[in-house]
Each structure stands twice: as structure tokens, then as C-alpha cells.
Design a protein around this ligand. Structure first.
Ligand SMILES: Cc1cc2nc3c(=O)[nH]c(=O)nc-3n(C[C@H](O)[C@H](O)[C@H](O)COP(=O)(O)OP(=O)(O)OC[C@H]3O[C@@H](n4cnc5c(N)ncnc54)[C@H](O)[C@@H]3O)c2cc1C
Length: 421
């Protein structure tokens, strides 16, 4: 239910109704807690994104009960990787041997965020959360480190909602996180990316496509990739992303690069017409933030930099951290150490090794030298898809999963600043 006059207090206040906040609100409300889900925007609202849903995101959406809804949207079998003279078709389920026990769905999808986020928010409200939209959080009232309430600015003026617990799900820039001391560290890899919508003859393609050999107008290889994610109805999400670090900032102009990429795809993807709604954004990745929790508050989703450094996906992590946060709220009275520990347990190894590998890609000679070698080996690319696509589950015991965990542990030992620290 969306309310016209906001409540004065609640057990759990969730700020931000993207995938992370809506998932947290839905799961928390389902445990019987009073939940308020507040957002600065009025829904439906757009969000700069590739709109791609990997099997891990599908798994979370199914857990929330959205299986039937998903079946009315495009399904992808896997990733079609293009580049360095090769095209490889990599099924989502490929490379998952007998010992890969974790049962992730074998399909992905893509749903425009205007629709996905509105639907997820509705699920949270139907689960019992109270929705307050058009309300921007502008300050936090704290006593001895505990959050007592958040002040919002809405159309009618300012008002405070008192809360026992606060879940901060306010995205990349996390203004509320900042008020609580969140810091984003750019010494490890982050991304800048742009997306648009465009007409394409391949809008019903059963593969999502990535072009790993992305070239700028001078013909130089850019450390990133271009994507085309089919949305059905004659439309695709087309975008480009590039990786950077504080030492090697991205020097590329994203929107011209996206236009160039679209022009290059006019023949093979039947791309036609103008790019619609072009927007760009930054992506903190791999847990590169500190200050993710206090006694009665926690950061989730992008606010906690829970984005895969190797492919930029964050919807699945948003949904997962939302569910994990709601669960922890029922188990722990002090979140200060428990939440970073849980995040590190779930994502520490994978984020540590992924951001190290992604950081390597920002070194100018690495992609031109290693890209062609990788693309010549379908076996290596299948392995890479599983690692890069966050497709290793905790239950997996096969060689690829064990190697990934080993590399993650080794990488953690070398980290000057571990994820979430
Ligand atoms: C170009 C690009 C392409 C991407 N492509 C993909 C992809 O294909 N697949 C994928 O999985 N991920 C992708 N991502 C990442 C993905 O978009 C994010 O990881 C995901 O949106 C994180 O969800 P969230 O709920 O944490 O934050 P968000 O979705 O950003 O939601 C945050 C919410 O907080 C609200 N908010 C902010 N400030 C305040 C405030 N002060 N008060 C109240 N409310 C506030 C906002 O209005 C917003 O609704 C991409 C990102 C970019 C930039």
C-alpha cells in the first residue's frame, strides 16, 4: 500500500526502492515486521541499467514468487560473446558438471528497469510494506551511533520517520550511506557505463550479446565491452561500459562510444533509428566501500558496492543482499560487525579475485594481447563465463568452483584493503 500521509514510526525503514530495497522490504514484511519502503522517486521510474538478468537474479526473483511473471518476458539461453574474429555461444548451464550441485536456473532474461523495479516495489507492498514515494531522505538523526529516525523532503514539506532499524538501499551514490560515514574507495576497479534503447531485428534473440573487442573512433581497444540485451517487441538495450581505477581513470567519452558501437552493429544486429533515452552512470564494484553497517543500520545493493567487477551486474546482488539483510534483522540485535562479516563471507573471496582481474584489464596492453588468446579457446571462455557471471554457487564442488575459491582466498591475503573494509 502507498500511503498519502507517512507513518511516524516503523520497525524497519528501508530507504531506496530499487531491487535491493524492495527485496529487503518484501522479505522483512513477510517475517511480520512493520516495514516502510521510502524512495525519492515516484514509481514507475527509470534507472540507468543494461536490464540484464543473469540466472542468479532469476533465482532470487523466483524465490520472491515471480516465476509466472518472468515467464511473460524474454528468456536467454546464455551469452553470445563476440570479439577478436570469434563468436562463441556460451549456455548459462554450460560447464556445470555433476559436482556443480547448486541449482541455478538455466536461463536468464532482460526486463526494462522501469517495469522491473515498479513490479518489485509492488511485490514489497503486497507483502505488507508501506510505500512512501516522492520522499527524499535529507538527514539522519542518531543517538550514540544508533539511527533513531530519518527526515524526508516530500511534496508537502519535510517529515521524520522514526525507526528501530534502517536499511540503506539508496544506490551508487548512497547519500544516506554518506551521512552515516560510508566511503567509496576508487583504488580498486570501478566502471563507467552508458545505456540506451534502440530498435533491432534481433529483439527476440535467445542470446544476450557482448562484444569484448570494443574500439573507440581511433581504432584503439577500450578496456570494457559493449552489450545488446534483447527486450522483445522490436527493442533492445544497447550499451557500453569501461573499467577504471584511481590510477587509470577512464578517459573515454561514453555517449559517442555508444553511438559508434550502435553504428557498428547496424548490419549484424539490424539496429535502426536513433538511440533512445541515452544515460550513463558510475558503478562502484566489488565491495569497495567502508562503513557498511552500524548498530541498527546496514547498507545493501549498490550502496554497499555489491556489483560484479567482471561484468557490472548488480541486480542479483541487490536482490540477494536484500534477502540476507532481512534475515539478519531477525537474528542479530547489533549489526555493526555481523553485517560486514556476512557480506565478506558471501562475497569476499569472489569480489577480491574479480576486482583484481578486472583491474588488470585496465592495463592498456592486457586486453589486446590476452583477448584473442581467450576467444580462441571455447573451453576457457566457458570457464570465464561461469566465473565472470557469478555462476559458482556455495554448493558447487567441481574443479572450476574449487579453483575459483582458491584464487579468491589467495587474492584476499594480498588485499591492502579487503572488500567492505
Ligand atoms: C549502465 C549500467 C548498466 C548496468 N547493467 C546491468 C545489467 O544489465 N544487469 C545487472 O544486474 N546490473 C546492471 N547494472 C547495475 C545495476 O543497475 C545496479 O547494480 C542495481 O540497480 C542496484 O540496485 P539498488 O537497489 O542497489 O540501487 P538502485 O536501483 O539504484 O535504487 C536506488 C533507489 O534509491 C533511491 N534513492 C536515492 N537517493 C535517495 C534518497 N536520498 N532518498 C530516498 N530515495 C533515494 C533512488 O531513487 C532509487 O530508486 C548496470 C548499471 C549501469 C550504470
Amino acid at each position: 500500500m502507498t500511503v498519502s500521509s507517512p507513518p511516524q514510526r516503523t520497525d524497519v525503514l528501508v530507504v531506496g526502492a530499487g531491487p535491493a530495497g524492495s527485496a529487503a522490504a518484501a522479505w522483512a514484511a513477510r517475517t511480520g515486521l512493520d516495514v516502510v519502503l521510502a524512495d525519492a522517486a515516484t514509481f514507475p521510474r527509470d534507472k540507468t541499467c543494461g536490464d540484464g538478468l543473469t540466472p542468479r537474479a532469476i533465482a532470487e526473483l523466483e524465490l520472491l514468487g515471480l516465476g509466472d511473471w518472468l515467464s511473460t518476458h524474454p528468456r536467454s539461453r546464455g551469452l553470445r560473446a563476440h570479439g577478436f574474429g570469434q563468436t562463441l555461444h556460451l549456455e548459462w548451464s554450460e560447464g556445470r558438471g555433476r559436482k556443480a550441485a547448486g541449482n541455478l536456473p538455466a536461463y536468464g532474461s532482460a526486463v526494462a528497469r522501469t517495469e522491473l523495479d515498479d513490479h518489485l516495489r509492488t511485490v514489497a507492498l503486497k507483502s505488507g510494506a508501506l510505500g512512501v514515494d516522492g520522499a527524499r531522505a535529507i538527514s539522519v538523526r542518531q543517538e550514540a551511533g544508533r539511527v533513531r529516525g530519518v527526515t524526508f523532503k516530500g511534496a508537502e514539506g519535510t517529515f521524520e520517520i522514526e525507526c528501530d532499524r534502517l536499511v540503506v538501499a539508496d544506490g551508487v551514490r548512497s547519500p544516506v550511506g554518506k551521512m552515516l560515514g560510508r566511503e567509496w574507495h576508487r583504488d580498486t576497479v570501478y566502471a563507467v557505463a552508458a545505456r540506451s534503447y534502440v530498435d533491432s531485428e534481433r529483439s527476440d534473440d535467445e542470446w544476450i550479446s557482448s562484444h569484448l573487442e570494443l574500439r573507440d573512433d581511433s581504432g584503439s581497444i577500450v578496456s570494457g565491452y559493449g552489450w545488446i540485451f534483447p527486450l522483445g517487441g522490436g527493442q533492445v538495450n544497447l550499451g557500453v561500459g569501461t573499467l577504471a581505477t584511481a590510477k587509470r581513470p577512464a578517459e573515454v567519452q561514453l555517449r559517442p562510444l555508444m553511438k559508434l558501437y550502435a553504428d557498428q552493429r547496424r548490419a549484424d544486429f539490424g539496429v535502426s533509428g536513433e538511440l533512445r533515452m541515452p544515460t550513463s552512470a558510475l558503478l562502484p564494484m566489488g565491495g569497495a566501500v567502508s562503513g557498511v553497517a552500524g548498530p541498527n543500520w546496514m547498507l545493501i545493493g549498490d550502496a554497499a558496492a555489491c556489483v560484479n567487477p567482471l561484468n557490472g551486474e548488480g541486480i542479483d546482488y541487490g536482490l540477494e543482499t536484500g534477502r540476507l539483510a532481512a534475515q539478519l534483522l531477525t537474528e542479530e540485535s547489533d549489526l555493526s560487525a555481523a553485517w560486514p562479516a556476512l557480506l565478506t563471507d558471501h562475497y569476499g573471496e569472489a569480489f577480491s579475485i574479480s576486482r583484481r582481474l578486472a583491474g588488470l584489464v585496465t592495463v592498456p596492453w592486457v586486453l589486446p594481447k590476452l583477448g584473442p588468446i581467450g576467444m580462441r579457446s571455447p573451453w576457457m571462455m566457458r570457464l570465464a563465463l561461469r566465473w565472470m557471471g557469478n555462476l559458482i554457487t556455495e554448493e558447487d564442488r567441481d574443479a572450476a568452483a574449487r579453483l575459483w575459491r582458491l584464487a579468491g582466498k589467495g587474492s584476499q591475503r594480498l588485499d591492502a584493503r579487503p572488500p567492505f573494509a
